[in-house]
Design a protein around this ligand. Structure first.
Ligand SMILES: C[S@@+](CC[C@H](N)C(=O)[O-])C[C@H]1O[C@@H](n2cnc3c(N)ncnc32)[C@H](O)[C@@H]1O
Length: 435
């Protein structure tokens, strides 16, 4: 925790706390906001009291809490909080040095309290100390937007991009912030800049999301290239990262297999499509006479090979039928792979053609629940797509699959502390086809 002590009264000014504590406090402030909006002022005030007594309440969060308390109508408490926070900051303001961990939080608190000149002075000091720090540049730009000085904010974003080595990330980050602050033209200008700096396929996938969301023309994206680049780079840390995210995808597939009550007869040819590092291999084994793992990323395949979970491994592009292993399969599993595809019609057709009559397709995707999303799927800033249930069933039907035997929603994993919901589908290819 970063603290500064006032010379006179030794009052402790908490300027910045670790990410986890910040996330918890932000979460509670959001809950208070929700309770106020729902008219539950008692519940909101009870939670305010809890946050007020939190030992790690940074000054900027303290002022935001004060604003909520003011809204509830407890102006006396809010005023005391505002006055003491301002006094504490004033006592240390000339000694604040750390751009990101002291100057910015204090500037944010001052701006929320209405002391704009002092807040700007701190922002300028932060920028002078760390001109190539993205958080600092973005913080100052956001302040300028709130002060209705959008042109000055755009200038900060341009200056930042000339200074930094990660120009693409800078331009995209500013585009996101301007978008969030409803400065459409500024966001578009940043995206145009990002196009110039876009070098890798992963960057292109990210850029395409934003271009599409602003109705701008996408670049010629390349699913194959993006996946190879992303997963070749990610392979060594994949298992550790997914454990940290409390990955539930493979267990969802396991649940499907158990709920379908398929006999564990070790008689099937099973294809783990997009097998990655082989997280599903262990529980597919009891069903398989031959267990095939296929993936586009050689690095992911190498890790699977080391673990030894599959009988056969091959480099396959799920969009290209000619790259699939020979012969028919009795079961195709596709866990957490289709999120890297937008349209699924070609992949589903390919799965249908490699499945034997009566064979099972079991897959997971991220769930798109927003009815405003047209076309059935949407690319998100994570670089992954979410697919609607209607899109899945329609596209499966077009590829020759009947109504799924199982379709349920459950938590796939956590991201930034929040659950990401997925859809689990199990569908059986008709045993006889009359076409
Ligand atoms: C998030 S991982 C999931 C791996 C594994 N199924 C699991 O549940 O842990 C996604 C995998 O899909 C693979 N992938 C992406 N696009 C692909 C494509 N067109 N063809 C084959 N594999 C692909 C990636 O290389 C990566 O290994």
């Amino acid at each position: 925790m970063h603290t500064e002590h006032a010379a006179s009264d030794e009052a402790e000014v908490i300027l910045d706390v670790d990410e986890a504590t910040t996330a918890k406090i932000v979460g509670k402030l959001e809950t208070i906001r929700g309770l106020i909006d729902a008219g539950d002022t008692n519940g909101a005030m009870a939670l305010c009291d809890e946050v007020l007594t939190s030992p790690n309440l940074a000054v900027n969060a303290g002022v935001k809490l004060g604003l909520l308390i003011q809204e509830i109508g407890q102006t006396d408490i809010a005023d005391v909080l505002f006055e003491t926070t301002y006094a504490k900051i004033k006592a240390v303001i000339h000694r604040l040095e750390s751009p990101e961990r002291a100057l910015l939080p204090a500037a944010e608190a001052l701006a929320d309290l209405g002391y704009f000149d002092e807040a700007e002075m701190l922002c300028l000091k932060a920028i002078a100390k760390a001109p190539d720090n993205l958080t600092v540049a973005v913080g100052y730009a956001a302040f300028l937007v709130y002060r209705d000085r959008v042109d000055d904010a755009v200038k900060i974003s341009e200056d930042y991009c000339t200074l930094t080595d990660s120009k693409f990330n800078g331009a995209i980050h500013f585009a996101m912030i301007f978008d969030h602050l409803k400065c459409d033209d500024a966001a578009r200008a940043c995206l145009e800049r990002a196009k110039k700096y876009c070098k890798t396929k992963t960057q292109r996938a990210k850029l395409d999301f934003f271009l599409a969301s602003k109705g701008m023309k996408k670049t010629a994206s390349d699913q194959h290239g993006m996946a190879v680049e992303l997963f070749d780079g990610f392979a060594d840390n994949y298992d550790t990262q997914l454990t940290k995210l409390d990955n539930n995808g493979p267990s969802m597939v396991l649940t499907a297999l158990e709920d379908l009550n398929l006999p564990k007869t070790k008689t099937r040819r099973v294809l783990d499509a997009g097998c990655g590092t082989g997280l599903c291999a262990g529980f597919l084994r009891p069903y398989a006479k031959e267990l095939h793992g296929v993936d586009l990323s050689v690095k992911m395949l190498e890790i699977s090979k080391k673990k030894g979970g599959y009988d056969y491994l091959a480099r396959t592009d799920l969009s290209e039928i000619v790259t699939f292993p020979e012969g028919k399969f009795d079961m195709v599993i596709c866990a957490d792979v289709l999120v890297y595809f937008g349209a699924l019609n070609i992949v589903f057709r390919n799965f249908s053609s490699v499945l034997s009559p009566g064979g099972w397709l079991i897959l997971t995707v991220e769930h798109e629940g927003d009815p405003a999303v047209t076309g059935g799927f949407k690319l998100y800033p994570s670089g992954r797509h979410k697919h609607s249930t209607e899109y899945l069933t329609k596209t499966l039907a077009e590829a020759g699959f009947p109504k799924p035997k199982m379709l349920k929603h459950a938590r796939l994993r956590n991201e930034l502390g929040a659950p990401i919901f997925g859809t689990l589908v199990a569908v059986q290819k008709p045993a006889l086809s009359f076409v």
